[in-house]
Each structure stands twice: as structure tokens, then as C-alpha cells.
Ligand binder design. Structure first.
Ligand code: GLN
Length: 295
């Protein structure tokens, strides 16, 4: 485990992520007019981890529509991303799609009717389409590392399965989930992939209407309230924008009507969110007056 008190600690529970140099920092800002501003390691791919949950939620909503909300709630959890306790009180229904059990339930919906390889291909194709970049790939070493050690996620999935919340075999759903988390993207690719959420569901660079405006607004709302686990209140307080973090140290942040921003700094705070990433976003939104709560 590498320690840098001023930057936080890199995720060490996934062995492959423990090797990442905590000194990295990258940022990419893509405006709705297509303007791009970048800094630091903006071009270096990193493990997007839970940021993938934004894309799988979008994909699953497209597939099953609002039926998704019978499998997963949309309330902040107030607990850690891999916590199991709340599942017991709510009959295996996770509180939101951005904590691990919620994301596993969403992936299970995408998997239904497909082989794991097809479902994964669908997720990867969707992300490549959003970013308009066919070069995006899965880091197989990271996926294998988590597959070997993801006992907590296996517990969450088995627990949900016991309540009938998952339709597919636990190993298959988890296999897809671990691989979607292991997708590697740079800040620039990630900011481009999120741009449709800043523009009422339309990617202004490619001209594609990815989803309806109402759905984009709602995904942003869930990102705002649940995107940083039990650090979501703090992120809203400091940054004031919808955002989704991952334990790889990435954050995708949406300034509606203005820009899509991706930051990467591998050191995490106690809630598993990028420490320096949040600090950078706070400085940026303050300077730009982008908080949705007022300048
Ligand atoms: N793959 C990670 C896990 O399931 C994702 C967690 C995260 O990014 N917060 O533990």
C-alpha cells in the first residue's frame, strides 16, 4: 500500500490497483460546444471502476426502461459502496444503482438473454460509441485481479440472489461486472463519453441523441445524490455538480448545459473517492461558477 497523506491512499483491496503510482493527476474538460481543455496525465488510460456504473445504468434503462427501478432504488445509501447491511432490511433490493450491489443488479439486467461475452461486448461497444473512440479496451489484468479477490462482491451478489433480485448465475453476473469495472479510459475519453449527460442526452460532437432529455436529467440526479457513496453530500456541498467516482481514482462530473469533466488522481479518501480529484473539481467549479446551486 502506498501512502501519501496529502493525496490519500490508492485502492489496495484490488491487488492490480495497488500498483498504480499515486502521483498521477489528469483532467479533461469538454465543453458542449466541443471545446477541449486538458491538463497533466489527461491522455493516460486508468481503470474506470465504478464510473462504469453510469454507462451500465444508461444502457440498462434503455433496455428495460423504468422496470429497472423495481430491482434497485434511487436513494442515497449513507454507507460504504460495498456494504451488505442495508440489503437485509430491504429484501435484497439495493438502495441505488451506484453502490456495488445496485450496479451488480443493473449488470444482471443487461446480461439477461445474453452470454456474458455478448453482454460485455454490448457495454464496451456502448462506451466506445459514447466516447466516439474504438480504441477503448478492458484491462484483463485488473479484471482477473478482482475476479480472484472480489469476495465481498460475491457475498453481495449471493445475498441478492437469495432474494431473487438477480436473474442470472452469480458467477456470470459477477464476471461481467468485474470486466466492466476494468475498462481502461483516459480522462479525455471519459469526458467525451459523458458529454451526452451535459447536453440533455445528446452528444454535441457526434450529433447522436443518445437518450431522452428527461432520462439524462434523472441520471444526473442520481449521480448528484448517490455518485460518491457516503461522500455524496460532501461532494454536492463542495463541488455542486453530479459526479460519479471510481476506486481507480477517476471522477466523471457533469456541468449541465456547460461541460463534461473527467479527473484522475489515484489517491482515495476514506469513502473511496479520489481526494485530489475532488479538490480539483471544487476549484474548477468555483472558478467557473458551475455549481448547480448558484455561482
Ligand atoms: N470494482 C470495484 C468493486 O467492486 C468498484 C468499486 C468502486 O469503484 N467504488 O469493489
Amino acid at each position: 500500500m502506498k501512502q501519501r497523506p496529502d493525496r490519500g491512499e490508492v485502492a489496495h483491496y484490488i491487488p492490480e490497483l495497488a500498483n498504480v503510482d499515486p502521483q498521477h493527476f489528469g483532467i479533461a474538460v469538454v465543453g458542449v460546444d466541443g471545446t477541449v481543455a486538458t491538463g497533466g496525465d489527461f491522455d493516460l488510460p486508468f481503470s474506470i471502476q465504478s464510473v462504469s456504473k453510469v454507462f451500465t445504468l444508461t444502457l440498462a434503462l434503455g433496455k428495460v426502461g423504468d422496470r429497472l427501478w423495481s430491482r434497485v432504488g434511487r436513494e442515497p445509501s449513507g454507507s460504504a459502496f460495498n456494504s451488505i447491511v442495508q440489503l437485509e432490511y430491504e429484501k435484497g433490493i439495493p438502495r441505488n444503482p451506484f453502490i456495488n450491489p445496485g450496479a451488480i443488479a443493473v449488470t444482471d439486467l443487461i446480461l439477461s438473454g445474453h452470454q456474458p461475452r455478448e453482454a460485455l461486448g454490448e457495454i464496451l461497444r456502448f462506451i466506445r460509441f459514447l466516447a466516439d473512440d474504438p480504441a477503448i479496451v478492458i484491462d484483463e489484468k485488473v479484471a482477473a485481479s478482482e475476479q480472484r479477490t472480489g469476495f465481498r462482491n460475491a457475498a453481495l451478489a449471493n445475498y441478492m440472489k437469495s432474494f431473487g433480485v438477480l436473474d442470472n448465475a452469480v458467477e456470470m453476473t459477477l464476471g461481467v461486472y468485474f470486466h466492466q469495472c476494468a475498462i481502461a479510459m483516459s480522462c479525455l475519453q471519459l469526458a467525451k463519453a459523458g458529454l451526452f449527460l451535459a447536453m440533455s442526452g445528446r452528444n454535441p460532437i457526434t450529433g447522436h441523441q443518445v437518450i431522452q432529455a428527461e432520462r439524462a436529467r434523472r441520471i444526473n440526479a442520481v449521480m448528484m445524490t448517490c455518485g460518491h457513496y457516503d461522500g455524496s453530500g460532501e461532494f454536492a456541498y463542495r463541488v455542486g455538480l453530479p459526479g460519479k467516482s471510481g476506486v481507480g481514482g477517476g471522477i466523471l462530473c457533469i456541468a449541465p448545459g456547460k461541460a463534461s469533466i473527467a479527473v484522475w488522481a489515484p489517491g482515495l479518501d476514506a469513502a473511496g473517492n479520489s481526494h485530489l480529484g475532488r479538490v480539483a473539481l471544487e476549484a474548477l467549479t468555483k472558478r467557473m461558477g458551475w455549481s448547480i446551486f448558484g455561482a
